[in-house]
Design a protein around this ligand. Structure first.
Ligand code: GLY
Length: 401
């Protein structure tokens, strides 16, 4: 053997090694979106009434339990159908989405309303308008924003989340961490023909939440009750978590997503820091498969149920966060965490086809023994959103954010 041979062998190995590294396939969104499309198509056939919308699948059942258009989750089902349209480009999905979406406009005539207007209108009509430009949808979104803004209290500096809970907390005003999600409706309205003051209102809500709803370790309280004379936070408690001082997984996920979105809309550094800090405590305390227990402080862990919905919401939020950062290594870090979450959800948490959901294993309200370890509609919604976001980042989808 001559020297030349020795020089060529290592070079050959290096080239094989480099080409192997370069060819590591990206996360396969197609397989999981195709599976989702099959599952959603089965559900659409079974649930034809557009006034009754999928919410959860009880243990051992195949089809969704339905809720009225006024339920807080009503916007997710049309939202899922819009995502199917976004993925496939097939007009049939847009027609189905339109049909299931329109009844939601009835909420505008209801006497009782709460902060969920954002979920109800932006996940549904918001996606519909983004994908079709239908001006009727825009009109409904702007009306919903007006009604949401009416619940803002200037002394407390936040939107009233739950009018029904005023008596319970013996305080005239309350705000839940979930409410961060509904600010997107106001940011959107402020720049799309609604009252421009909604921008300041949303910024004040986020700033007050940052001040009153986060602990020193950046975990969040679920509910804060306010005195409306002094603006003081008078109670910090939980409703759906394990304990007042625990970290309820979905609440933390709503906060991460909400502050990422608020940073996208404002460019204000304090919101970016908050999003990253909330993500940091969440990531630090996750189990190995990156799907959280329903509450990080449940003493039953490791025998407590997981919450796939929190993982899906967080994955989607971290994908967006990865697009907002200047530092490339930080951006890669958040995206790879999000993709690992999606990988985990797509394997151990995916439906086996015996029901029509996409994901199993979410928890709605464990302390009330309601919706424990079953498919819940918003888990599917944010999972599909995250798959489409990752697909867009891979350059396979022109939309997604
Ligand atoms: N805001 C409702 C929930 O996350 O359960």
């Amino acid at each position: 053997m001559n020297n030349m041979y020795f020089r060529i062998i290592p070079l050959g190995f290096m080239m094989v090694f480099i080409s192997c590294k370069q060819e590591t396939p990206p996360f396969d969104t197609t397989t999981y979106l195709d599976f989702a499309a099959e599952q959603v198509a089965r559900a659409v056939e079974a649930h034809e009434d557009p006034y009754r919308l999928p919410r959860n699948i009880p243990d051992g059942k195949k089809y969704w339990e339905l809720s009225s258009v006024s339920g807080w989750t009503s916007g997710f089902w049309p939202g899922i159908l819009w995502y199917m349209y976004e993925y496939t480009g097939d007009q049939t999905w847009a027609d189905r989405a339109h049909e299931r979406n329109m009844p939601i406009s009835q909420i505008l005539k209801n006497d009782y309303k709460d902060h969920d207007l954002g979920f109800q209108f932006f996940c549904s009509f918001g996606n519909g308008y983004r994908l079709t430009g239908n001006t009727q949808y825009k009109d409904f979104i702007l009306q919903a924003a007006d009604q949401l803004a009416e619940m803002y209290h200037p002394v407390a500096g936040t939107i009233l989340s739950w009018p029904f809970a005023i008596e319970r907390y013996e305080a005239p005003h309350n705000t839940i961490i979930d409410n961060m999600m509904n600010l997107e409706l106001l940011f959107w309205a402020a720049k799309n023909g609604g009252d421009p003051a909604y921008y300041d209102l949303a910024v004040t809500h986020a700033t007050t939440t940052l001040k009153n709803q986060l602990r020193d370790d950046h975990s969040s309280w679920h509910v804060v009750a306010y005195d409306t004379i002094t603006g003081e936070a008078v109670q910090k408690v939980t409703h759906q978590g394990f304990a007042d001082e625990s970290m309820w997984a979905r609440g933390q996920a709503w906060g991460i997503y909400g502050f990422v979105m608020t940073y996208r809309e404002t460019g204000m550094e304090k919101f970016l820091e908050t999003a990253k800090n909330m993500a940091s405590v969440y990531l630090d305390r996750l189990p190995d498969d990156l799907v959280p227990y329903w509450d990080f402080d449940d003493p039953e862990i490791p025998n407590a149920p997981r919450d796939a919905s929190a993982a899906a919401i967080t994955a989607s939020a971290l994908l967006e966060l990865s697009t907002l950062l200047e530092d490339n290594s930080e951006s890669v870090f958040y995206r790879s965490k999000a993709v690992s979450m999606l990988q985990s959800l797509s394997t151990a948490y995916r439906s086996d086809g015996t029901n029509v959901a996409v994901l199993n294993h979410s928890v709605g309200h464990l302390p009330a023994s309601s919706e424990v370890d079953i498919p819940i509609i918003y888990a599917d919604y944010y999972y599909l959103e995250a798959l489409l976001r990752e697909r867009a980042l891979q350059g396979q989808q022109s939309t997604g954010f």
